[in-house]
Design a protein around this ligand. Structure first.
Ligand code: FES
Length: 352
């Protein structure tokens, strides 16, 4: 049914908008402005029962969106992450990912489809033409915008069609809950784990190559030894995480060559232990110049002076390598006297 078939008195009152030709061609404007075509009323404009049907469809879509969001949360809580299912034609996929994608997609689609159906069938579809104006808005224009806004709100039926309004607010309120639950999938917060290493008072220094605890006599002047905490084995599940923080460089210097007082206090008979993790962006340092006591990071050539608190003497690293305070236990093995006093690796962690 089109508006031509409807008796004139049943049609909604036309609003003040131009239809048909609005100007004729003349010398200045050789092309006539054809104006807007005649407005066609929709079935919902002239039949309240059709409008009600559309209203129910919109409400149904918003309600399905709410159910899909609840389904998303339920899937997240109920489906084990290692369960897989067969889905034709994709094959075997994670049941959890499939359910999350399906429910989240349905929730978003139904909100969008509901809004589109609402706009196409129930909101005013009267064609409007407006003049372009200067960018700065004079007070009268602002007043007009506000009036248009109020008119738009009225025409959308937001106040009148409470079923749509309530289900839409419900769908939009539940939707962000999906994001909250997704955050849970990132795993537990690291808390202070990134600020501490495995080193603790009494933890022996173990040679990374031989896997044997180190004695002072194992560390020769001029040699570079890499060490790890006793108990940290490659078979440990978190070996890579822990070694990335706890790896040590051990060198023996003549105590008289140590310029930094704290370094000397934290050493044992000239043996010093520094973090092997570069303070630039975390590469493992591995090059040692025994004559100068400099260590060099192979990534961007930051150079640290191990005889002077491992301060940076060249390159992009921002600060000295952290030193581990060491001593000897009752059996004569090198041991840590505590954890590092500052975060190892890039300076990022100092800002947290
Ligand atoms: S990571 Fe060592 S200098 Fe860049």
């Amino acid at each position: 049914m089109s508006s031509q078939d409807i008796p004139e008195e049943n049609l909604p009152a036309e609003q003040e908008h131009a239809h048909g030709a609005v100007s004729v061609a003349d010398e200045k404007n050789p092309f006539a402005d054809p104006g807007l075509p005649p407005h066609e009323h929709r079935i919902q404009d002239i039949d309240e029962r059709a409008a009600k049907r559309s209203e129910r469809v919109v409400a149904l879509l918003f309600t399905v969106s709410m159910l899909a969001t609840v389904g998303f949360i339920a899937s997240y809580l109920a489906i084990p992450h290692d369960k897989s299912i067969f889905v034709f034609p994709i094959g075997h996929i994670s049941a959890l990912n499939f359910a999350l994608g399906l429910t989240l997609g349905a929730a978003l689609f139904c909100i969008g489809a509901g809004a589109v159906h609402w706009a196409r069938t129930l909101m005013s579809d009267v064609e409007m033409a407006d003049e372009r104006h200067a960018i700065e808005a004079p007070p009268e224009l602002k007043a007009k915008v506000m009036a248009d806004f109020r008119q738009g709100a009225e025409e959308s039926g937001l106040g009148r069609r409470k079923l749509i309004r309530n289900t839409m607010f419900g769908a939009l309120t539940l939707m962000p809950l999906s994001a909250v639950f997704l955050l849970g999938g990132l795993g537990p917060a690291p808390k202070s784990k990134l600020r501490h290493t495995m080193w603790a008072k009494g933890k022996r220094l173990v040679n990374m190559n031989t896997n044997q605890p180190l004695r002072p006599e194992d560390v020769m002047v001029g040699s570079l030894t890499f060490a790890k905490p006793d108990g940290l084995e490659e078979t440990n599940e978190d070996f890579q995480n822990e070694i990335a923080k706890a790896a040590l460089m051990i060198v023996r210097l003549q105590p008289g060559n140590i310029k930094d007082k704290r370094e000397l206090d934290w050493s044992h008979e000239g043996i010093v232990a520094f973090s092997k993790i570069c303070t630039h962006v975390g590469c493992p340092i591995s090059l040692y110049e025994q004559q100068t006591h400099h260590v060099l990071c192979p990534c961007h050539q930051s150079t640290f002076d191990l005889s002077d608190g491992a301060r940076v003497i060249f390159g992009p690293a921002g600060h000295a390598l952290p030193q581990l305070r060491i001593g000897v236990d009752s059996d004569g093995y090198l041991q840590a006297l505590g954890d590092f006093e500052e975060p190892v690796g890039p300076a990022f962690w100092e800002r947290g």
